[in-house]
Ligand binder design. Structure first.
Ligand code: GLC
Length: 564
């Protein structure tokens, strides 16, 4: 028991009932228990934790779960009688504390064990879906909100085991067909296979070679570093991050990104679908999600790397890159009313370093929707900037991470929150939060997505609403001193999430409809809700995922523009 919550014993094996076993994943039988034997010591605690009322009130309700069949007292596998009735008068069919109980229960059901040790959570426990596809795997990005929930609840082992397991996977040789991937690439996901006859657990990992589009997850390594820092901050235990293995893991991830090449920009050049948006959605180039995560991972690495040996030089390169990256992002990705007016009046075909319109963006390429969308008060980091191309779409994850990492200046952070408030209906609507805005449709949808039937307008990545983003919005709200906005978003989520069975995403302009192909009992929707609740209740939790402004990173010099 911890904080009054009963933990699922480590002997539990959760069989989520997924049928399909991917055949093309990398596979090894893991023979060494090195990591768990040598590195799983309990962390030293030095933080004071505020136990939430919700947690206290539910302590008696959680129970040991043995199998899928026996774990359905509510929510996950059928509705709880008495709450979702036509006579229900309240807006919220479930009381918030009941939702917290149900969320913890569902989160625990998603835990994956490797040799008796919890190592992660599956992406979804949706038994109604015919095919599991890869939702029965532990995704690195999906595990982040789970990990934060566990850390906030004082359950550190699962996070530590996850960090070590994925670190071990990083050292695998990774190949797609005959082409070898960089050493530092972290997996998108992994799966534990339990062979009950041989009593052996096997891990299979996917580095992109099984993924749709065969894209490597650029975000995984960044999330790994960010999570390692969250773990270190939350436990106060730096022994894990200081191990030679973890130090090397960080070095390998960053060496991939800091290698010199043909780049003329400090941003990271990526292919489409290399992050949360893992299908073709026109985010190739320099997507904001990756740039913000890159910035945050670099800053976390500054805190985690020991200034000795190979890291000494790496630390210098990190600092140099941070300066250039923050300048570039704050100058060229930032858009507000004034910047937009400047771009609208841009001259084109300018040559030499005196050019104002450095990327030769043609004003006619500014989409019509933007002129109405842009409020006088507010601003945001746009989706992408590359030669003659500005993707003006709003992406929630990148903007929230920009606030949390202090990539956004304090003024920019305030402006992002202003924009969210001013454009609440568009960006939040009835279910927080839109992954991107606006949707693309018609000919544009055809050419940008390649006619992707999953990403039709206002669905999935294309203007769909993702409950997981609630934790990021909440964190950004707290950091900018606007918890009331988070409260408003959480209230909206509480009207639907549990009743609808924790969908992966919602569709429609307002996010009113459960997504066309949305999974139910999507773990990061569940964990995202819990993290949002716990952060709002105890804002000190924000510290594990937020970085204060670094005064060593010089403020941006305002881009001169022709608008005035
Ligand atoms: C979808 C999402 C991706 C997520 C995965 C597992 O592919 O686009 O971001 O990691 O599902 O939930």
């Amino acid at each position: 028991m911890e904080n009054g919550i009963k933990k699922t014993p480590s002997s539990d094996k959760i069989n989520c009932g997924m049928k399909k076993t991917p055949s093309s994943l990398f596979s090894i039988t893991e023979l060494d228990d090195f990591y768990f034997q040598h590195l799983s010591r309990s962390p030293r605690l030095n933080i004071e934790r505020k136990v939430s009322l919700d947690d206290c009130s539910i302590s008696g309700n959680l129970r040991h779960i043995d199998s899928h069949e026996s774990m359905s007292p509510m929510g996950c596998y059928g509705h709880r009688a008495g709450f979702d009735t036509p006579n229900s008068t309240s807006d919220n069919v479930y009381e918030p504390h009941m939702m917290v109980v149900a969320a913890w229960e569902a989160l625990r059901k998603s835990i994956v064990y490797f040799r008796g040790q919890p190592v992660g959570t599956v992406a979804a426990c949706d038994f109604t879906s015919e095919e599991a596809l890869n939702y029965d795997q532990v995704f690195v990005r999906d595990f982040v909100p789970s990990a934060l929930a566990f850390l906030m609840n004082g359950e550190y082992d699962i996070v530590k085991n996850f960090l070590l397991k994925t670190l071990q996977l990083q050292s695998w040789e990774k190949k797609i067909d005959r082409f070898k991937l960089g050493e530092g690439v972290m997996p998108a996901s992994f799966k534990v296979l339990h062979d009950s006859n041989k009593k052996i657990d096997t891990i299979m990992a996917d580095f992109g070679e099984s993924a749709i589009g065969r894209v490597a997850p650029v975000d995984s390594g960044f999330w790994w570093i960010i999570l390692l820092r969250a773990y270190t901050k939350s436990t106060g235990d730096s022994t894990l991050s200081e191990t030679p293995d973890c130090q090397r893991g960080i070095q390998l991830v960053l060496s991939l990104c800091l290698a010199e090449g043909f780049d003329t920009f400090p941003t990271l050049l990526c292919t489409d679908g290399c992050c949360m948006i893992d299908r073709r959605m026109g985010i190739y180039g320099y997507p904001i999600e990756i740039q913000a995560l890159f910035f945050m991972a670099l800053r976390c690495a500054l805190q985690l790397l020991k200034p000795e040996g190979e890291s000494k030089e790496l630390l210098e390169r990190i600092m140099t890159r941070l300066h250039a990256l923050s300048y570039h992002m704050r100058s060229y990705f930032w858009l507000d009313f004034q910047q937009l007016n400047g771009i609208y009046r841009y001259k084109t075909e300018e040559y030499s370093h005196t050019a104002v319109n450095k990327f030769n963006v043609i004003p006619d390429s500014i989409p019509d929707w933007l002129f109405d969308f842009m409020p006088i008060r507010g601003g945001y980091f746009i989706g992408n900037v590359s030669p003659a191309r500005m993707d003006f779409r709003w992406f929630a994850l990148g903007n929230c991470i920009a606030i949390l990492a202090s990539l956004a200046t304090p003024e920019q952070s305030i402006a992002i929150m202003d924009l969210i408030e001013e454009r609440w209906e568009e960006l939040v609507g009835e279910m927080p939060v839109k992954a991107c805005f606006p949707a693309i449709d018609g000919h544009e949808w055809k050419s940008v997505t390649g006619c992707d039937p999953k990403n039709t307008r206002w669905s999935y990545h294309n203007g769909g609403s993702w409950p997981v983003l609630l934790w990021l919005l909440t964190a950004a709200c707290i950091k900018t001193g606007r918890p009331h906005i988070a409260k408003r978003a959480i209230d909206l989520a509480e009207r639907r999430l549990l009743k609808d069975g924790w969908p992966e995403y919602y569709d429609g302009k307002l996010g009113r409809y459960i997504g066309k192909q949305s999974r139910k009992y999507q773990t990061w929707s569940i964990a995202g809700y819990l993290v949002a609740k716990m952060m709002l209740e105890d804002p000190s939790n924000l510290g594990m995922i937020s970085l204060e402004e670094d005064r060593a990173i010089k403020p941006v010099v305002k881009r001169s523009s022709s608008w005035s």
